[in-house]
Every structure is written in C-alpha cells, then in structure tokens.
Design a protein. Structure first.
Length: 147
C-alpha cells in the first residue's frame, strides 16, 4: 500500500509586537487581584498601536456599561488598560466598586477626587481617602470595538 507522507507543519511565528493581554473577570475591591483569577481569556493586541513598553503591565477589560458612551466608549468594547492604582486628572479608569467593575473619568481637584460618567443617569462617585470599597485597577490607554 501507499505510505502517507508527513508534510512539515508551518510554524507561524508571532511578531514580537503582538502581545496577549488577560481579559479580567469579576472581582471584589477587597481583593483587587481577584479579577485575574476569574479571567475571561485573552486578547491579542498590537503594542505599536498602544505605546506599550515591556516593563509595564497591561490587561484588557470588557467595558461594563455605557457610562462613557458619549465619548465613544461603549458597553462590551475591550479597554486596553495600564495596570496601576493611581490616576491623574481626566484619566479614564477601570475601577472596582465593591464587586462591580466600572469605567469612569477620574477628576482630581486639590484633595477632592471623583469618578464621573459622561452619559446621563450615572451618579458621580466621590473618592474618599481610606475607602477600600473602591479600587482603581488601571488607566485606559485604548479601546477595541469588536464588530
């Protein structure tokens, strides 16, 4: 009979500028790293688009609500997020409020800080020092819409 010829498999090498980011899942502000335990998988992104340096930690988050839809960030978009627990005035942030993930704009005015939505119907959230029910997970650096 005939012997089956083994054909060499094509190994597709992934360019170094493509990076796999963990898509965070649900978590709780009392244990912010819990969002990584319940990961929703990974998304491949082109680091050249988002100015990502190897030393920085990034993750992806599925945008949880339409709070920033007037700014073009809609529910179920993927936010590309620099992992940090500090933010600067007007940064768009992913936060955990108790067990809810939110996307908001961070405003700082002197010692006062608040999280606001650009869409109507979302209350402002005042940030109090030592309030551990709200934790900043990171600053949004880009958004991917899956069509």
């Amino acid at each position: 009979g005939k012997t089956a010829q083994a054909t060499p498999t094509q190994v597709q090498s992934i360019p170094s500028y493509i990076k796999q980011l963990t898509i965070i899942g649900d978590g709780h502000a009392s244990n912010p790293l819990s969002v990584f335990m319940q990961s929703r998988g990974q998304i491949a992104i082109d680091t050249r688009v988002y100015d990502i340096t190897p030393k920085q930690q990034y993750f992806a988050a599925i945008v949880p609500d339409d709070a920033l839809s007037p700014d073009g960030i809609k529910q179920n978009d993927y936010a590309i997020v620099l992992q940090t627990n500090t933010a600067h005035d007007t940064d768009i942030v992913i936060v955990l409020m108790n067990d809810q993930t939110l996307i908001r704009t961070f405003y700082k005015n002197g010692k006062e800080a608040e999280l606001t939505a650009s869409a109507k119907g979302f209350p402002k959230i005042k940030l109090q020092p030592k309030d551990d029910s709200i934790v900043i997970l990171g600053v949004v650096k880009g958004v991917i819409r899956v069509l």
